[in-house]
Design a protein around this ligand. Sequence first.
Ligand code: SAM
Length: 178
Amino acid sequence: MEKFLADTDWQAEERREGVLVEIGCGAGRMTRHFAEMFSSIIALDISEKMIDLARQYNPDLPHVEFRAGNGVDLHPLPDSSADFVISYIVFQHIPLPEVIHGYISEGLRVLKPGGRFRFQARNDHQHMKTNTYAGASMDLDIVEQLARDHGCNVHQITGRGEHYCFVELRRPKASQSV
Ligand SMILES: C[S@@+](CC[C@H](N)C(=O)[O-])C[C@H]1O[C@@H](n2cnc3c(N)ncnc32)[C@H](O)[C@@H]1O
């Protein structure tokens, strides 16, 4: 959690009203911490087994909905329905860059005006082969293009060229322009 939110202003703020979407929640390890910060959470994972475990380990979080997702996008979540989207140590296990970039596009699609999307992915280009343990790198040029296509800003990138690269994209408030 500290690593994920290092160099951000997220911790300094009060508990937030609004919807947080977590991509790849696993058994809900991070979700439990986010549940203290956010009033409503939709936590998705490709694995039904992980979702079952997350429900089992977190029965005391009525404002968190654990859901199995399809592994490639955020449907049926509507456009502009989330205040925050997060993903940590998930994209680094996805072997296809197009799936990683597709998820990034999806996170942007569901962001409301003023919304923030913070995620971690690999950006070390040395690895030649990928599998579900050592997934693919994202391409930051594509990420920046996706942000522009969705009318969003690149707020922060830390760890360029590294395994643990953190990106925060933000959708301007309705009155601001990109
Ligand atoms: C290392 S765990 C991290 C879980 C959680 N984010 C955490 O920090 O504790 C990676 C999770 O990503 C999920 N995952 C892998 N590929 C995924 C995909 N394409 N879509 C959604 N979740 C995925 C796995 O099922 C697993 O639960």
